[in-house]
Design a binder for this molecule. Structure first.
Ligand SMILES: *Cc1c(COP(=O)(O)O)cnc(C)c1O
Length: 217
């Protein structure tokens, strides 16, 4: 079933959009099934769940961290993580930079923005992001690369609301691109959209979609 689900979703996604298969709450065996069907990029939201999967699964998998990350957990993923999508503070970014340096790597990250109505979701607003990007500490970091932004829409069936929030994320992306990353070709990713709303997200300019339950149902 996983293979059929993947093929269906892949057929709906333009070639230039990256599908991250969100494997949280699924066993390594099920992740392997998706891998064998051709999926190479996977997302996990908890370090404790990612590490055992990383250990047993093929090493050419690209792992994305998509959930809230505590600074004391960065060291465990720094050796191998492909993209940390959930950077929501300067302190966390500084820790990622430090651990990346120890591993002789540059780690790609996305800044996470809060646009949903729910209070509980993590993320920056535009003012906080600008403060971060203008700080001397950020400018001194050589082992992190901000390649774009990530966000989640409200958990609602109201498509107009979801579309509005995706438009907001796109505006934030455009604004940061213009003010901070104008000449930086690496800043190009807009990660938004999950199982219930990835078509809307792609419509609004997503370059990365994070799909879990529709693949692993
Ligand atoms: C779980 C999760 C997803 C995937 O959600 P589905 O509805 O299962 O597709 C995407 N992004 C984040 C940040 C998540 O935690």
């Amino acid at each position: 079933m996983i293979k059929e689900n993947l093929l269906l979703i892949q057929s709906e996604i333009p070639e230039n959009v990256t599908l991250v298969a969100v494997s949280k709450l699924n066993t390594a065996d099920r992740v392997l099934e998706a891998y064998q069907a051709g999926q190479k990029v996977f997302g996990e939201n908890r370090v404790q769940e990612l590490l055992p999967k990383y250990e047993v699964l093929p090493k050419d998998i690209e792992w994305h961290l998509i959930g809230h990350l505590q600074t004391n957990k960065v060291k465990y993923i720094a050796p191998f993580i492909s993209l940390i999508q959930s950077v929501d503070s300067l302190k966390l970014l500084a820790e990622i930079n430090k651990e990346a340096k120890k591993n002789n790597r540059v780690i790609n990250v996305l800044l996470q923005f809060h646009v949903a109505q729910e209070e509980t979701k993590f993320g920056l607003d535009l003012v906080e992001a600008k403060d971060l990007l203008e700080s001397d500490l950020y400018k001194s970091m050589k082992n992190v690369c901000v390649v774009g932004i990530m966000g989640m829409a409200s958990n609602t069936n109201n498509e107009a609301q979801i579309r509005k929030e995706f438009k907001q994320l796109k505006e934030i992306f455009t604004c940061l691109k213009k003010d901070f990353f104008f000449l930086d070709e690496k800043f190009k990713e807009l990660s938004m959209g999950m199982s219930s709303d990835y078509q809307v997200a792609i419509n609004e300019g997503a370059t990365i979609v994070r799909v879990g339950s529709k693949i692993f149902k």
